[in-house]
Structure formats: C-alpha cells, structure tokens
Design a protein around this ligand. Structure first.
Ligand SMILES: [Zn+2]
Length: 200
C-alpha cells in the first residue's frame, strides 16, 4: 500500500528488538515528517557506528580503533581480568567505581540448546591471556542465569587447567537470580563486586 521505499523502511525498523509492526510504521512516518537534516543524521549515525566501531583486539569490548578505551588506559590494573558476557555488561561495572582492572568480553554465554558452544565464545582467547604471568586474578561476572552459571563453571575449569594456582573469584550473591548484569543497580553490583568470593 505504501510506496516501496516506505515499506522498506518499515521492514527494517521492524527487525529491531521490541519494535512491532505498528511501532515500525509509526517511526517510519515520524522519519518521513521530520526534516532532512534530522533524518540524515540518523542514517549517518547508523553508518558510522558500523564503520568506526569494532571489537578490541585484546578484550573484545567495543573499540574505536585496535584497543578499547579501558585497554588503552595505562593506569588500569593489569593483574585483574573481569570476564563478562557482553560489551554492555562493562558499563554497569564501570559505574560502580569499584573496579580498576581489565575486562574480557566473551560475546555471549554457553547454551547448547541454542547451539552456542565454547568455540563460539572468546574462551580460547581468555585462556591465552591467562597464560601471562602478570595476571593474578580472574573475576567471573557472567549473568546470574542458568547459561551464565554454566559459562562461569566452564571458564573456571579452563582457567584452572591453564594456571592451577590463579585466584578465581565470582561476584557475591545479592544480584537478583535470573537477572542480567546490565539491569542490576550500581549499589547492588558494587556490593557484589567488593564482596566477591573465591570459586570453589
Ligand atoms: Zn580492550
């Protein structure tokens, strides 16, 4: 019913998470009504984020260039690596102000049902980093969900096999079970961080 380019825009918007057909249509008409500068700014932002942002070659956090902002800050503690599932998990941990070390972003969690096996995550890369003697502690901060726990367990085994004596910690309980780190409030997360415990 709409001209083809309008349909195309509605289709593309409708692929975004949480955007149903009706919302996609409403957004498309909003874009059509808005002035050219505003609409092109949106198009440019989309293009730029895909062209300029990649993954840090060391920790796989989002990066503009080879290394992310955290890996390229020399004052960060090089002896601690906090393992998270996704790049968006780094932000709430940074906001707590409790952590000054480095990160390792796995790119997801183990989920055999969904076909996500260890090879699909940056686990081998983590094991390689752990081989470096400057690393003194690994903090496992995967989500307190079934897949997050399975991932934590797997990582603990792999890290132990590589560096038997290395300190391995897990965020303290208090984080709501089944919730994502991304949605934890910073006070709770900060407390979970300072109270982290050895993995047994
Ligand atoms: Zn990095």
């Amino acid at each position: 019913l709409h001209p083809a380019p309008v349909d195309r825009l509605i289709n593309e918007l409708g692929k975004l998470p949480g955007i149903g057909r009706r919302t996609a249509q409403r957004l498309a008409f909003h874009i059509l009504r808005s002035d050219d500068a505003e609409a092109f700014a949106l198009a440019d932002a989309l293009r730029e984020v895909k062209e300029a942002i990649g993954l840090c070659e060391r920790c796989f956090n989002l990066a503009e260039g080879d290394l992310c902002r955290i890996c390229s800050t020399p004052s960060r503690q090089q002896s601690v690596i906090c393992v998270v599932e996704e790049p968006q998990d780094v932000i709430p941990i940074e906001r707590t102000g409790e952590y000054r070390g480095l990160y390792h972003v796995l790119g997801g969690a183990l989920s055999p049902i969904d076909g996500i096996d260890p090879e699909d995550l940056k686990i081998a890369e983590l094991v390689a980093r752990v081989g470096d003697e400057t690393v003194q502690e690994i903090v496992i901060a995967t989500n307190p969900t079934t897949t997050g726990e399975a991932t934590a367990h797997h990582i603990a085994e792999r890290v132990r096999a590589e560096r038997p004596g290395l300190s391995l910690t897990r965020l303290a309980s208090g984080l709501p079970v089944g919730a994502d780190l991304e949605h934890a409030d910073e006070v709770t997360l900060g407390r979970a961080f300072s109270g982290r415990r050895a993995v047994v």
